[in-house]
Design a protein around this ligand. Structure first.
Ligand code: GLN
Length: 547
């Protein structure tokens, strides 16, 4: 029988529920359990695909083409197992299903209500993964903060499930904040007490408290929290701020969160979790032998979460190269001819980010020209790859005003154009080319050397593509297609021949990088940046040498 763990949040948002859920899952997986994690979000959008990155950070795409919450990225990166459509459910999705059923007459004339119809659909979805696979444990993270009006049906569904499944089969972990008041020089437990009271009012007694804190919780505080929140003392888990999210599983292990969970779920397990690979990763992460500086050119750079998977992929690839990757965020909207050298000249590599629409596009194109001419390692992702094609068309092929029809519908040279099967689509949600597609690589290309294979599958999220009418012109001038979708003949990867490392990909490699499997393209890009860095140092040394 599948066991269920629900993770709720209290006091404040952004406490890192996703990381705590992923860390617990990692520990349970390392003990040999088959674990899945899913996220239930109380907002009304059917999925986060239509949400602006400023609102919701990056949109994470699964192999089966779901546009999902960025926490699913953490789940995949920690567990090294893919997620799917079923792993992210929103209020919008729940209502859509219930309303469709109502129209189909499924409810046989009954009044359709939040309780039981919405809660039944939530409960069905909370257990759905166990029908598709033989998971022993399913962890469900509930978005938002307890006390929010919109999360009530989710909390009520957990209450019912706990009752239906029995206490030893479903538990609630409440992640909360213990703020430190500088003036009083004290950690305060009152907000947590109130938040637990909120849960109790809805009928849920949390089984475990995970307490985010800047300072260590002493025994006295743990006892106080335990007494007033009605949990055992060893169910008060300290989650102190750490320097990297990859430390959190080790912290949770130290606090014995996994043991406490297994006890409560009546799962007997004596062996310690096997975390050798994880520890080796952490060890290399904390002891880099070298350092590179990479520019990340995008228009949402002020918001870390907008490029979450790219940042994490850099960390994984850095570890593979024993190298610390310092990412400098560069706002494409404010890049000008005059600032290019100052902003990009000292970097060891530049990644031009995915994106939509015209804002900041000229800055991206100018940046790529500088990178191409100065032979700095370049990695373009999705819109970044499209910008590389536009730059090449304008400045090498001299196709004046070449552009993507996404930005300029009147361009005389639409080197990037809307895909034919996208032309008649008017609905915005879930209609892009989404999910995993095959790609064939050209032998001896940068890509093929990175992947060590000729056949790959990568995840996509776009409407526009390289316009094959320009294919020959590009190839003759030295920008070649090294990855092609075999079914539709779409250009998926471009590379420059006359450049040490210049690659643009139409897909999103950042969505498949994990701690255990750093993405080959990120690994090879960081390697190229390391080589470039060394070469620059040698050049400096030889020009300043007095011998
Ligand atoms: N806007 C571009 C397209 O739709 C690129 C999308 C992206 O970067 N994800 O094709």
């Amino acid at each position: 029988m599948t066991k269920y763990i629900f993770v709720t949040g209290g006091v404040s948002s952004s406490l890192g529920k996703g990381i705590i859920a992923a860390s617990l899952a990692k520990l349970l997986q390392a003990r040999g359990f088959k674990v899945a994690i899913q996220k239930f979000d109380p907002y009304i959008n059917v999925d986060p695909g239509t949400l602006n990155p400023y609102e919701h950070g990056e949109c994470y795409v699964t192999d089966d083409g779901a546009e999902t919450d960025l926490d699913l990225g953490h789940y995949e990166r920690f567990l090294n197992t893919p997620t799917s459509q079923a792993n992210n459910v929103t209020t919008g999705k729940i209502y859509q299903t219930v309303i469709n059923h109502e129209r189909e007459g499924v409810f046989l004339g009954k009044t359709v209500q939040v309780i039981p119809h919405i809660t039944n659909e939530i409960k069905r979805r909370m257990q759905a993964l166990s029908l598709t696979d033989d998971y022993e444990i399913i962890i469900t993270e509930i978005g938002g903060t307890v006390g929010d009006i919109e999360s009530l049906p989710f909390i009520e569904s957990i209450r019912q499930l706990k009752w239906e499944l029995g206490n030893n089969n479903a538990i609630v972990i409440h992640l909360t904040l213990i703020p430190y008041l500088k003036s009083a020089k004290e950690l305060k437990t009152k907000p947590t007490q109130h938040s637990v009271k909120d849960l109790l009012e809805i009928g849920i007694q949390p089984d475990i408290l995970v307490c985010r804190t800047e300072m260590s919780l002493n025994m006295e505080l743990r006892r106080k929290l335990a007494l007033f929140c009605n949990v055992t003392v060893n169910s008060v888990i300290e989650a102190r701020d750490v320097s990297t999210i990859y430390d959190v599983p080790m912290e949770m292990l130290r606090e014995q969160l996994d043991r406490t969970v297994l006890d409560k779920l009546n799962l007997v397990q004596t062996d310690e979790p096997d975390l050798e690979k994880w520890k080796a990763f952490l060890n290399r992460l904390k002891n880099p032998k070298k350092e590179v500086r990479i520019g990340l050119v995008g228009k949402y750079v002020e918001l870390q979460d907008a490029y979450k998977s790219i940042h994490e992929s850099f960390i994984h690839a850095g570890v593979s190269n024993d190298c610390k990757v310092i990412v400098e965020s560069i706002h494409s909207e404010f890049l000008t001819e005059e600032t290019l050298k100052e902003k990009l000249g000292e970097l060891d590599g530049v990644l031009v980010a995915p994106g939509f629409g015209g804002r900041g596009v000229e800055g991206k194109i100018d940046a790529i020209r500088f990178i191409r001419e100065n032979k700095i390692p370049f990695f373009g992702i999705c819109f970044g790859m499209q910008c590389a094609a536009i730059e090449f068309a304008r400045n090498v092929l001299h196709l004046k005003d070449a552009h993507s029809t996404e930005v300029n519908q009147q361009t005389p040279h639409p080197v990037i154009d809307i895909m034919s099967d996208q032309k008649d689509i008017t609905q915005k949600g879930g209609t892009m080319r989404l999910g995993a597609y095959a790609c064939k690589l050209k032998s001896d290309s940068i890509a093929q050397k990175a992947y060590h294979t000729n056949d790959i599958m990568e995840r996509h999220r776009h409407r526009y593509e390289f316009n094959n009418l320009y294919f020959e012109q590009f190839e003759k001038a030295g920008m070649i297609a090294t990855g092609i979708n075999p079914d539709k003949n779409l250009v998926e990867i471009i590379e420059l021949l006359d450049h040490p490392y210049f690659i643009g990909v139409q897909f999103h490699p950042e969505l498949k990088s994990t701690v255990e499997n750093p993405h080959p393209l990120f690994v090879s890009f960081i390697k190229a940046a390391c080589d470039y860095h060394e070469k620059q140092l040698n050049n400096k040394f030889s020009t300043t040498s007095v011998f």
